[in-house]
Write a protein that binds this ligand. Structure first.
Ligand code: ADP
Ligand code: MG
Length: 463
């Protein structure tokens, strides 16, 4: 089937982005797909176009309310009326109405919690489901910050729904995570469509310095576009916000804000009313702002997976962008602290379970998540073993993060090799370690930029 015509007809685009056509044609042949494509590649279009070309509804599981709303909004903007987000924002009577009229919808977005509810499941079983989509599928993985225990039951729910053709989407691509997604969400091995995680338009920089604040100030002074500045803690986010609010249009975002504050912040940032956003890693998943030019890490993330996700928010419009990591020796201490904390949480959890005290009142938020897993999915022993394994993985991940920082060769090569790839073509604007970019004699002749001394000046003169 010629897919370019419907692409034009429904979306007005004249060509597919890498991977899209293969995914859609595989799904149309009723084969399951796990798609691992970089952020901004256009994963949503894969299920939308497939949905248009088939009878029946498309059920999309999405981890965040804001993400769901974005997606619904985008479909509506294109004139699609048969779309609904079935989530906790609906009133009881609205839910009832939707359930009674499910057949009228083409795209139904749900949170995994909602999908676990029997009324919705029952209503869905009465419908023809053309496609079952799990967005941000890396949330099944116990290794990531985005881990959602409710994601673990999505494979079983797929079965209950009569095993419709299934599409899992993610941008995170290490092999262990891929394996986990395959095991949990699919009954038989899916077709894996995986493209390079490399984002050529994002130049990579690390600056080891005792003067992070001063360097950040320089970066902000010369930046000519939107910037996210990631910090490890809420406290640091607020401190930097206070420090810079006199001079710039800045905002901050962390898990301590309520839903409406978060939405407002996102909107202000999207509309360029704020140019600089200080944030913890709570900010970003699913953010739909294409022209973020800079992602600065004031603190190092705990893994290259998270680093990749976070820098991936820059330059979704494919224009030159930069990822800058500011590192002061010893910064990693915060992660050792978190690792220790997490170990203690696990030990307390273990003690309570052994003492037969397994009601939620004994536990903090993360321990309650674990309890959900233990109660619904796994025996305590298996889960405790998983947690211990996870502690080891975290240590290794942090080592890899530090190795990236101390890399003396090409940073992009190291980053890609971590994700099991080899860098084939070096981009012109690669990384601060890669002398080829700036110091090449031909560049020097044609560009005054190469005369500049340190990489910061070089970086800032680039755009
Ligand atoms: P992802 O989920 O992979 O991060 P999205 O699905 O949010 O990416 O899409 C990012 C942007 O790319 C959207 O604005 C979408 O309209 C656009 N897009 C998707 N496919 C194409 C295409 N084939 N041609 C041009 N733009 C596209
Ligand atoms: Mg997406």
């Amino acid at each position: 089937m010629e897919l370019v015509d419907p692409l034009k007809q429904y979306f007005g685009f004249s060509s597919f982005r890498p991977g899209q056509e293969e995914i859609i044609s595989t799904l149309l042949n009723q084969k399951d797909v796990l798609a691992i494509l970089p952020t901004g590649n256009g994963k949503s279009l894969c299920y939308q176009l497939t949905g248009y070309l088939q009878e029946g509804l498309v059920l999309i599981v999405s981890p965040l309310l804001s993400l769901m709303e974005d997606q619904v909004g985008q479909l509506q903007k294109r004139g699609e009326k048969r779309v609904i987000a079935y989530n906790s924002l609906l009133s009881k009577s609205e839910k009832k109405y939707v359930l009674a009229h499910l057949f009228e919808y083409k795209f139904v977005f749900v949170s995994p919690e909602m999908l676990n509810q029997s009324e919705l499941l029952y209503a869905l079983k009465q419908q023809k489901i053309a496609l079952y989509v799990i967005d941000e599928a890396h949330c099944v993985s116990q290794w990531g910050i985005d881990f959602r225990p409710e994601y673990q039951s999505l494979g079983r729910i797929g079965k209950e729904l009569g095993s419709p053709t299934t599409l899992a989407l993610t941008a995170t691509a290490t092999l262990p995570v891929q394996q986990e997604i395959e095991n949990i969400l699919f009954q038989t091995k899916p077709v894996v469509v995986k493209h390079s995680v490399n984002r050529e338009n994002i130049a990579l920089f690390v600056s080891q310095t005792e003067e992070k604040e001063q360097q950040l100030r320089q970066l902000m002074a010369q930046a000519d576009g939107a910037m996210i500045i990631y910090c490890a803690t809420k406290k640091e986010v607020e401190r930097l916000y206070q420090l810079f609010r006199k001079d710039y249009a800045v905002g901050y975002y962390h898990g301590g804000l309520d839903a409406s504050q978060r939405r407002q912040l996102q909107q202000q940032f999207s509309k360029n009313q704020l140019r600089f956003l200080f944030a913890t890693n709570a900010f970003g998943m699913g953010i739909d702002k294409a022209d973020i030019r800079y992602v600065v890490h004031y603190d190092l993330p705990d893994s290259l997976e998270n680093y990749m996700q976070e820098i991936g928010r820059a330059g979704r419009d494919q224009r030159p962008s930069s990822a800058v990591l500011l590192y002061k020796p010893g910064d990693e201490g915060i992660h050792y602290f978190f690792q220790q904390l997490s170990k203690e949480q696990r030990q307390i959890f273990e003690e309570h379970l052994l003492a037969g005290q397994s009601d939620a009142t004994h536990f903090d938020e993360i321990q309650q998540k674990w309890l959900t897993v233990v109660n619904e999915m796994q025996s305590p022993d298996v889960w405790l073993r998983e947690l211990k394994k996870q502690e080891k993985v975290k240590i290794k991940q942090l080592q890899e993060m530090l190795a990236y920082i101390h890399e003396t060769g090409c940073r992009r090569e190291r980053l890609l090799s971590y994700f099991g790839e080899t860098l084939k073509d070096k981009t012109k604007n690669c990384c601060d370690r890669d002398g080829a970019l700036f110091i090449q004699s031909e560049t020097r002749q044609t560009s005054p930029i190469a005369e500049a001394g340190d990489w910061q000046t070089i970086l800032l003169n680039l755009f």
